[in-house]
Design a protein around this ligand. Structure first.
Ligand SMILES: Nc1ncnc2c1ncn2[C@@H]1O[C@H](COP(=O)(O)OP(=O)(O)OP(=O)(O)O)[C@@H](O)[C@H]1O
Length: 388
């Protein structure tokens, strides 16, 4: 799929306007705090997801006299499913509504599945830098997008886990309740086994793709591995269920004392290595950035294989800490994908062999005159918001 046009009105600091992106690389450049990420965020919201910066919907419309305006409006012309489609997203009083090809929908979630994108923002570096929960969230998020049925399985597992934990907290006051744990153990094993199998199958799919992309980014100088192997690497459904059941039994008394469930897929990790060493402990800033990028781009490829539509790639502030050859990979070797990259350095635009540049200043977005190399910005005069 390809974004052909994006329109924005009253959205954050962006001056009302529209852009016509190219179908390959689109570099959005400008100084700090001019509105580059806001533009990326406007595109992202068409996935139906929340802001990737954790902002509430009511805070997204433009600030006027210290208050957010009541409404913001975004529109997109998208080429998908073999034709042009018109999408509109309205944010009014913190609520979303949408219009898809002229048909009004009461919710913004009606857009889910219409527009697909994969986002990399600096916060995603926590996927390598922090503990296992970030990596589990990455796996589960990617699985929910590519296999919607997984969302239900995960919800059932989390519900059973919550109920088991509530029961464990009651046991010190009512020791006789310990026998009723069996019911919740059964449910945890039923859904947990499926969670583990789905994650393991996804990682098997993801690893060769991510490794190939990483080799491209690092110009074949480094190798990465991904490993998700809970319960001693058990593979079959029966094996996983047996080992999970055994682990729950062994941990039962300790869990009752602690008041929570200490074993299961909610404690799993995805191990990432670069040249055999833990990416979290030993990876440099550039290597950590590169491995997260490889995971995200591989996730996009898997989505493409499952849905037949290539997700749009949104890369926010990805260039800093990457050397020239890694930048060159992102700008010139992501063939067949529509990519939006934000950066401060106008030199980045000159490294791009084909694509479009957009210059953002004080919320005004202008397309560069030079289609190929994006010779800085079109007009000589400083663009300003009409409302200023
Ligand atoms: N609701 C809003 N209304 C008006 N302005 C806003 C709103 N939300 C954020 N801003 C402003 O938008 C400006 C641009 O933010 P943005 O994150 O897009 O910058 P950027 O160009 O990506 O900068 P950087 O290179 O530093 O990441 C900020 O100065 C911010 O204060």
């Amino acid at each position: 799929m390809n974004v052909l046009r994006l329109g924005f009105e009253n959205f954050r600091n962006l001056c009302p306007g529209e852009i016509f992106p190219g179908e390959t690389i689109n570099v959005i450049h400008g100084s700090n705090a001019q509105g580059k990420t806001n533009l990326l965020e406007a595109i992202w919201l068409f996935t139906g997801g929340h802001s990737f910066r954790g902002t509430k919907d009511s805070e997204l419309p433009v600030l006027k006299d210290g208050k957010n305006a009541p409404a913001a409006s975004l529109s997109m012309t998208l080429f998908t499913e073999g034709r042009e489609q018109e999408l509109r997203l309205e944010l009014r009083d913190g609520r979303r509504s949408s219009v898809i090809n002229g048909v009004e929908k009461k919710t913004g979630s009606a857009l889910v599945g219409k527009f697909c994108a994969v986002i990399f923002s600096p916060e995603h570096l926590l996927l390598v830098k922090e503990g296992p929960s970030r990596r589990r969230a990455f796996l589960d998020g990617a699985l929910c997008q590519s296999r919607p049925a997984f969302t239900r399985v995960l919800a059932h597992y989390n519900k059973a886990l919550m109920q088991r934990n509530a029961l464990l907290k009651d046991i010190p006051r009512h020791p006789e309740l310990i026998d009723t744990l069996d019911v919740w153990d059964e449910r945890l094993i039923l859904f947990g086994t499926e969670v583990v199998q789905e994650r393991a199958a996804f990682c098997k799919d993801l690893e060769p793709r991510a490794a190939e992309i990483y080799r491209g980014i690092a110009k074949n100088r480094e190798e990465i591995t991904l490993s998700y192997a809970p319960f001693g690497g058990a593979e079959t459904k029966t094996e996983i269920a047996e080992r999970f059941s055994e682990a729950l039994k062994n941990a039962r008394n300790a869990d009752a004392r602690a008041g929570f469930t200490s074993v299961g897929p909610h404690r799993d990790d995805l191990t990432l290595t670069i040249d055999g060493l833990s990416a979290r402990t030993f990876g440099s800033q550039g290597q950590q950035r590169s491995i997260v990028l490889a995971l995200k781009l591989a996730e996009a490829d898997i989505l493409y294989r499952k849905t037949g539509e290539r997700p749009v790639i949104l890369l926010d502030d990805v260039m800093s800490e990457l050397d020239m050859s890694r930048r060159d990979y992102l700008l010139n070797h992501l063939d067949g994908r529509q990519v939006f990259i934000t950066c401060c350095d106008p030199e980045t635009v000159r490294l791009m062999e084909t694509g479009r540049g957009f210059y953002v200043e004080k919320g005004t977005v202008r397309q560069d005159t030079d289609e190929k190399a994006g010779e800085v910005h079109a007009e000589n005069e400083t663009p300003t918001c009409e409302s200023e």
